[in-house]
Design a protein around this ligand. Structure first.
Ligand code: PGA
Length: 262
C-alpha cells in the first residue's frame, strides 16, 4: 500500500450467516473497532442480511456491500436483484465478477461488464474481481488473461467513473484453499494490474485506483501482503467469518497506514 491511497478491507461472507448472525457480528465488530478511521471497511453480506445490517452500519466507519447484482433495472428475472434495490437498502459497494459467479453460475466477461455498468449508473462502487486459475498461471498466461478481463469489464467506463471502481486480484487457486499467493506473487500481479490500468486510462488514474488482493488472506499473512506497494487492501472470505481474525486484519491495515503516515 502507498500512503496516497486509502486501503479498503472488505469481507465477503459468501453464503454464510443469516440476519441474526449478521447483526451480532456487526455489533461486536463495532464495539471492538478502534475509534480512529484509517482504512476503509466494507462488509459484503448475503442479500437477506442487508436490510437488518443497514441501520447498524449507518453513520459508522463501515460500509455495506452486496455480493452480486443484476444489470437490468427491473423485469422478469426470477430470483435476481437490481442495483436500485440495493441502493434502497443503503448498500454502497457490490462485488462484480467473483470467480465463483463466473465459474459456478456461468457469468461471462460481457455479463460482468453489464453488471459493472449497472452498479456505476446506480452510484454503487463495484469491487471488480479478476484472476487466473492454476493452469493459466502454470502456462504463464495469468497477466494476459487478467488484462483481458479488465479491458472487457471496463469497456465503456470513463476515467471519471473508474474512480469509483475497486479492483480485486483474486487468483482462483488461492480462494478458499488456505494457500495464499505469496506476497511477491500477489504484489507482482497487482503491479501488472496497475500497469494495465495505466494503458487504458493513463498514469494518474492508475496511481489512484484501489487494488485489493483476495485469496486466503488471513491474520497471519495480511501484514506481508498489504506491505506490497500495489496492494491496497483485501477481499477476505473465510477469515472474515471469524470476527477476531477479521478484526486482526483491519488492525494490521490500520497499523500499516499509521506507519506510512509517520
Ligand atoms: P477466501 O475467499 O478468503 O476464503 O480465499 C476470498 C474471496 O473469494 O473473495
Amino acid at each position: 500500500m502507498r500512503k496516497e491511497r486509502t486501503p479498503i478491507i472488505a469481507a465477503n461472507w459468501k453464503m454464510h450467516n443469516g440476519p441474526q448472525q449478521a447483526c451480532s457480528y456487526i455489533q461486536a465488530l463495532l464495539s471492538a473497532l478502534p475509534q480512529a478511521k484509517r482504512c476503509g471497511i466494507v462488509l459484503c453480506l448475503p442479500y437477506v442480511d442487508l436490510a437488518a445490517a443497514a441501520p447498524l452500519l449507518r453513520d459508522t466507519r463501515m460500509a455495506l456491500g452486496a455480493q452480486n447484482l443484476h444489470w437490468a433495472p427491473q423485469g422478469a428475472y426470477t430470483g435476481e436483484i437490481s442495483a436500485s434495490m440495493l441502493t434502497q437498502l443503503e448498500v454502497r459497494y457490490v462485488i462484480v465478477g467473483h470467480s465463483e459467479r463466473r465459474r459456478l453460475f456461468g457469468e461471462s466477461d460481457q455479463d460482468v461488464n453489464q453488471k459493472l455498468r449497472a452498479a456505476l449508473d446506480a452510484g454503487l462502487r463495484p469491487i471488480l474481481c479478476v484472476g487466473e486459475d492454476l493452469e493459466q498461471r502454470q502456462l504463464g498466461a495469468a497477466m494476459e488473461l487478467i488484462a483481458y478481463q479488465l479491458k472487457t469489464a471496463l469497456s465503456g467506463v470513463s476515467a471519471q467513473e473508474l474512480r469509483q471502481v475497486i479492483i480485486a486480484y483474486e487468483p482462483i487457486w488461492a480462494i478458499g484453499t488456505g494457500v495464499s499467493a505469496t506476497p511477491e506473487q500477489a504484489g507482482e500481479v497487482c503491479t501488472g494490474i496497475r500497469q494495465a490500468i495505466q494503458q487504458l486510462y493513463g498514469a494518474p488514474a492508475a496511481q489512484s485506483v484501489i487494488i485489493q488482493y483476495g485469496g486466503s488472506m488471513n491474520e497471519g499473512n495480511a501484514a506481508q501482503l498489504l506491505s506490497q506497494e500495489d496492494i491496497d487492501g483485501g477481499l477476505i472470505g473465510t477469515a472474515s467469518l471469524d470476527l477476531d481474525k477479521f478484526l486482526s486484519i483491519v488492525q494490521t491495515a490500520n497499523q500499516l497506514c499509521l506507519e506510512q503516515q509517520a
